[in-house]
Design a protein. Structure first.
Length: 401
C-alpha cells in the first residue's frame, strides 16, 4: 500500500516514521509500505505525531476476528492479547506504546466499549484516563495496576464497580462523576487508604458505604447531584477532609460525626431538605470553616451564631425561610453574604444594613430589592427625616439666639 507523507521530516528519517502526514516538515516523500510490516515502537514515532488525537473506536468483539484460526502467542503474551492487537487502531497503539515510558495513558473520548487488554499489562502505570467513553463495566483485571495514582472514569455508563478496585492501594485521585452508579462497593473503598480526592457527582447514589471512613487521607469529597438521603456515621473519621460538596441531594439529617471534620474549609449543602435542627450539634465544631453554603434548604433560623465560625468569609443562605436578622457585626471577617429569597421583614433588613456598616471586610451583601425598598420606606427614610428635622430645629434655635 502506498502511504503519502506530505511535508515530512522526522528524527529517524522518512523510512522510520509511521505517520501519514507530519505538519512540521520541509520535503515531500512517497514510499511503499506493506500492511504486514513490523509494528512500530515508540522510538520510531515521529516527534510531531499528535498522540492525543481522539475519535478511534475499539471493541475486542469485532466479528471479523472470530473465525481466525488460533495461533501461538510469543512468550509472556496471551493469545487474547495477540488477537486484540490486530484490531487495535493506530492511535491506541501509539498511546499505549508511549505509556510504557511515561507511565501515563490518556484514552479520553476514544469511544471505547471495553478497556483494551493491553492496558492491564502496563503494571507501572501511574495515571489512566478513560473518561468520556461508552464503558458500562470494568474488568477485575483493573486491580493489576497496583501503581496507579490517578484514575479518571467520568462520563461513561458505569452501573457498578469491581471489588478489585480496592487493590489499587496507591490510588490518590478517583473521578467517577457522570455515570449511572447506584452504589459504591464497600470492599473497594476499604482498600483506598491513600485516596485524597473522590468525585462521584451526577450518579444515582442513594447512600455511601460506611467503609468511606477508611479513606483517612481524603481531602476532597464531591457527591453533588445524587439521591443521598443520609451520610454514614464514619464520615467523622475523615479528619483531613478540606472540601465536602453535597449539593442537590435529598439530605434531611446529617450525622453527629460531622463534628469530627476539624480540617474542613468548604461545606456545600445547597439544594437539600435540611431544617437546621441537626446542624446545631456539629456545625460549631467546624472552626476551620471558611465557606458555607446552606442555600435552598428549609432553614427557619441560622443554626448557630456566626461568632461560632471565627474564620468564615463566605456564606450562602438564599432560598430559605429566615425571618430574623443575622448578627453580622459579631463576625468581622465576613466578606460575602447572600440572603435573597428569604421572608425578611423591613425591620430585619434595616438592622442587617446597619450591622453591615460595622463589618469592614464585607464586600457583598445579597438582599431582595423589595426588602430594601420596604426597609427604606419604613425605617431608613423616617430616620433620615428625623435627623433632618432635628438639624433644622437646631439651626432655627441658633438663629433665634
Amino acid at each position: 500500500k502506498t502511504m503519502l507523507l506530505s511535508k515530512h521530516k522526522c528524527l529517524n528519517g522518512p523510512a522510520a516514521c509511521p505517520s501519514i502526514s507530519c505538519q512540521a516538515c520541509s520535503s515531500t516523500v512517497a514510499r511503499r509500505r506493506r500492511a504486514s510490516a513490523a509494528p512500530f515502537l515508540p522510538s520510531e514515532l515521529c516527534v510531531h505525531l499528535k498522540a492525543n488525537q481522539r475519535g478511534f473506536a475499539y471493541n475486542t468483539a469485532r466479528s471479523h476476528t472470530r473465525n481466525k484460526p488460533a495461533r501461538a502467542a510469543p512468550h509472556g503474551r496471551s493469545a487474547v492479547t495477540e488477537e486484540a492487537e490486530e484490531v487495535l487502531p493506530l492511535m491506541l497503539k501509539v498511546k499505549i506504546g508511549l505509556a510504557q515510558s511515561t507511565n501515563k495513558l490518556d484514552l479520553t473520548d476514544c469511544r471505547l466499549h471495553s478497556v483494551p487488554p493491553q492496558v492491564f499489562e502496563l503494571t507501572n502505570l501511574e495515571e489512566l484516563s478513560l473518561a468520556g467513553n461508552c464503558l458500562d463495566t470494568l474488568p477485575p483485571q483493573l486491580g493489576q495496576l497496583r501503581n496507579l495514582k490517578r484514575l479518571g472514569l467520568a462520563g461513561n455508563r458505569l452501573r457498578e464497580l469491581p471489588d478489585a478496585m480496592g487493590q489499587l492501594e496507591q490510588l490518590e485521585g478517583l473521578w467517577l462523576h457522570g455515570n449511572l452508579l447506584k452504589e459504591l462497593p464497600a470492599p473497594a473503598l476499604a482498600g483506598l487508604t491513600r485516596l485524597t480526592t473522590l468525585v462521584v457527582s451526577g450518579n444515582q447514589l442513594t447512600s455511601l458505604p460506611d467503609t468511606l471512613g477508611s479513606c483517612t487521607s481524603l481531602q476532597e469529597l464531591t457527591a453533588a447531584g445524587n439521591l443521598l438521603g443520609s451520610l454514614p456515621p464514619s464520615i467523622g473519621n475523615l479528619q483531613g477532609l478540606r472540601r465536602l460538596v453535597l449539593n442537590g441531594n435529598r439530605l434531611e439529617q446529617l450525622p453527629a460525626g460531622m463534628a469530627g471534620l476539624s480540617s474542613l474549609k468548604e461545606l456545600w449543602l445547597q439544594g437539600n431538605a435540611l431544617d437546621g435542627s441537626c446542624l446545631a450539634m456539629w456545625l460549631p465544631h467546624l472552626r476551620a470553616l471558611e465557606q458555607l453554603s446552606l442555600a435552598d434548604n428549609q432553614l427557619a433560623q441560622l443554626p448557630v451564631p456566626l461568632s461560632k465560625l471565627p474564620v468564615l468569609t463566605k456564606l450562602w443562605l438564599y432560598g430559605n425561610s429566615l425571618r430574623d436578622p443575622l448578627d453580622m457585626d459579631a463576625h468581622p471577617k465576613l466578606e460575602s453574604c447572600w440572603l435573597e429569597g428569604n421572608p425578611f421583614t423591613g425591620a430585619a433588613t434595616a438592622q442587617m444594613l446597619g450591622d453591615a456598616s460595622h463589618v469592614p471586610s464585607l464586600r457583598h451583601l445579597g438582599l431582595d430589592l423589595a426588602h430594601l425598598i420596604q426597609a427604606a420606606g419604613e425605617f431608613l427614610l423616617p430616620a433620615v427625616m428625623r435627623r433632618l428635622g432635628d438639624a433644622l430645629a437646631s439651626e432655627l434655635s441658633s438663629e433665634r439666639i
